[in-house]
Write a protein that binds this ligand. Structure first.
Ligand SMILES: [Zn+2]
Ligand SMILES: [Zn+2]
Ligand SMILES: [Zn+2]
Length: 146
C-alpha cells in the first residue's frame, strides 16, 4: 500500500544560529606575532606556526589593536589602556583612540584648544585663527605625492 505523499513540511521561521556558534575571534600569537584565529570560547590558542600557546583574554574584555611605531607589529591591548609596550622591540606606544581629544595652543592668541585626535587643524573659537596640528607628520606625507 503506497504511502500518500504529504507536502514537505514548511520549515519554521528562519533559524538564526546563536551569535557565538562557529564564530571566530582573533589574537596575536605571543611567540611569532602572527594573527591567529580561534573559536570563540577557547581559553588558549596553540599557534600552528611556532607552537606557542597564547592565553585568550577572558570574554567581555574589549580588545583594541594598534600598530607598533617601532617595528610595525600589530599589537593587541585591552581597550582603555593608555599605553602599550611592544613585546618585540619594547617601544611604548601611546594607545590613542579615535575619539580621544588632544590639546594645542592657538597659534594666534595662545588659547588652549581641544581637538579630536587625528584632526589636521583646529579653528580657535576666540579669534578664529586656524592652527594646524600634527606638523611632525607633514614631512612624511609629502612622499606619497610623487
Ligand atoms: Zn606563533
Ligand atoms: Zn615593536
Ligand atoms: Zn585664538
Amino acid at each position: 500500500m503506497p504511502v500518500p505523499l504529504a507536502p514537505y513540511p514548511t520549515p519554521p521561521a528562519p533559524y538564526t544560529p546563536p551569535a557565538n556558534a562557529g564564530a571566530q575571534s582573533q589574537l596575536v600569537c605571543s611567540g611569532c606575532r602572527n594573527l591567529l584565529l580561534y573559536p570563540v570560547g577557547a581559553t588558549s590558542v596553540c599557534c600552528a606556526v611556532c607552537n606557542a600557546v597564547t592565553a585568550v583574554p577572558p570574554p567581555g574584555t574589549e580588545m583594541a589593536q594598534l600598530v607598533c611605531g617601532g617595528c610595525h607589529t600589530l599589537l593587541m591591548y585591552i581597550r582603555g589602556a593608555t599605553s602599550v609596550q611592544c613585546s618585540c622591540c619594547h617601544t611604548v606606544n601611546l594607545a590613542l583612540e579615535a575619539n580621544q581629544v588632544a590639546h594645542v595652543n592657538c597659534g594666534n592668541c595662545r588659547m588652549l584648544l581641544m581637538y579630536q585626535y587625528g584632526a589636521r587643524s583646529v579653528k580657535c573659537a576666540v579669534c578664529n585663527f586656524v592652527t594646524s596640528v600634527g606638523a611632525s607628520t607633514s614631512g612624511t606625507e609629502q612622499k606619497f605625492n610623487g
